[in-house]
Write a protein that binds this ligand. Structure first.
Ligand SMILES: Nc1ncnc2c1ncn2[C@@H]1O[C@H](COP(=O)(O)OP(=O)(O)OP(=O)(O)O)[C@@H](O)[C@H]1O
Ligand SMILES: NC(=O)c1ccc[n+]([C@@H]2O[C@H](COP(=O)(O)O)[C@@H](O)[C@H]2O)c1
Length: 290
């Protein structure tokens, strides 16, 4: 693995080229870098990776463990523009460097689980792509990935999101000028969502979250343009256990500033080393921002 500084500067220059280009989506790196076989399923984890956390690790690895076979591929996707937060002149290169370190964390995690069940080889551990997009909405991210010559076509995408993001995908305010959910049609005709429950004060308890899918399946959202059949394209996954503390990037950024010992359970090992060594969230650092 390259040094943290070298990683950051590699990504800074690749990112600059991407931003200056007309491209909407680009794979900047692949872990491991060798030529991988063509994927049959593409799992996509879109995040701000600010920083990648153990929640992201669980979301990605539980999906990949469902079918640990050659043919699954994971795409870690960073959007240079967010649906809600204003874009800022950003040192995204820190996040991209952390995404690459996170890719190694995911592969080590999968290898450790795999080797405890079989005589292991890294061959079965999925390849991970690190990519950027200029598109903030999932419908456009999915279309930009489809249009990319990096992957075979057609290829089913499984978007890995938390419950809070599912709610936002189903908010008609994002789909002007008609503001109907029909715009999600192309996403659900070809792709799926794998949603991790995120029980808590902000988004309701587990029963309330499961109620979302039941309501969609009953046809309660058809007047807004969401046919009941879409419920079959959405899989709900158990989140953290009630006794475990909630993990978020916000909490990891706070820990980096005031309780670095908590980073141990908030972020995976390689990411933690980067955060402790490069201090992207310290007051003086130009990397501090949401
Ligand atoms: N603890 C969690 N449980 C379930 N889903 C999660 C969790 N953490 C993140 N996700 C999901 O992972 C995706 C990427 O997360 P994101 O980068 O927004 O992390 P975050 O921790 O919510 O960030 P921040 O705290 O900076 O708002 C989103 O779809 C989000 O819903
Ligand atoms: N309707 C949508 O597709 C939609 C709505 C809100 C957020 N998003 C995206 O979800 C991702 C996570 O957003 P936050 O970092 O704000 O939690 C971002 O890439 C954001 O642009 C998409």
């Amino acid at each position: 693995m390259a040094s943290f500084r070298a990683l950051r500067s590699q990504y800074a220059s690749r990112l600059k080229q991407f931003i200056a280009s007309a491209k909407e989506f680009e794979v900047l790196a692949t872990v491991p870098p060798s030529h991988a076989s063509l994927p049959k399923t593409l799992y996509v984890l879109d995040s701000s990776f600010n920083p990648p956390t153990r929640a992201h690790l669980r979301i990605a690895s539980s999906a990949l463990l469902e079918q640990l076979e050659p043919g699954s591929r994971l795409l870690l996707l960073l959007a240079t523009q967010n649906a809600d937060k204003p874009s800022k002149p950003a040192p995204f290169e820190d996040r991209l460097a952390m995404m690459e370190l996170f890719a190694h964390d995911i592969r080590s995690h999968l290898a450790a689980i795999h080797s405890s069940t079989t005589a292991s080889s890294m061959e079965h551990i999925p390849t991970i792509d690190i990519a950027v997009t200029k598109k903030p909405y999932f419908i456009d991210k999915a279309a930009a990935i489809e249009a990319s010559d990096h992957y075979p076509s057609p290829l089913e995408q499984v978007h890995l999101v938390g419950y809070d993001t599912l709610i936002r995908i189903f908010n008609p305010k994002y789909y002007p000028p008609e503001h109907t959910l029909q715009r999600l049609g192309p996403l659900f005709s070809q792709h799926r969502l794998r949603v991790t429950l995120r029980p808590g004060d902000d988004w309701g308890d587990r029963e309330e979250q499961e109620g979302f899918l039941a309501s969609l399946a009953r046809g309660d959202r058809e007047a807004e343009g969401a046919p009941r059949e879409w419920a079959q394209k959405i899989q709900f996954i158990e989140g953290r256990k009630p006794e475990d503390p909630p993990v978020s990037s916000t909490r990891a950024r706070e820990a980096a500033q005031s309780a670095p010992q908590d980073l141990e359970w908030l972020v995976p090992d390689n990411v933690r080393q980067f955060v402790l060594s490069e201090r992207p969230y310290s007051e003086e650092s130009p990397g501090t921002r949401i």
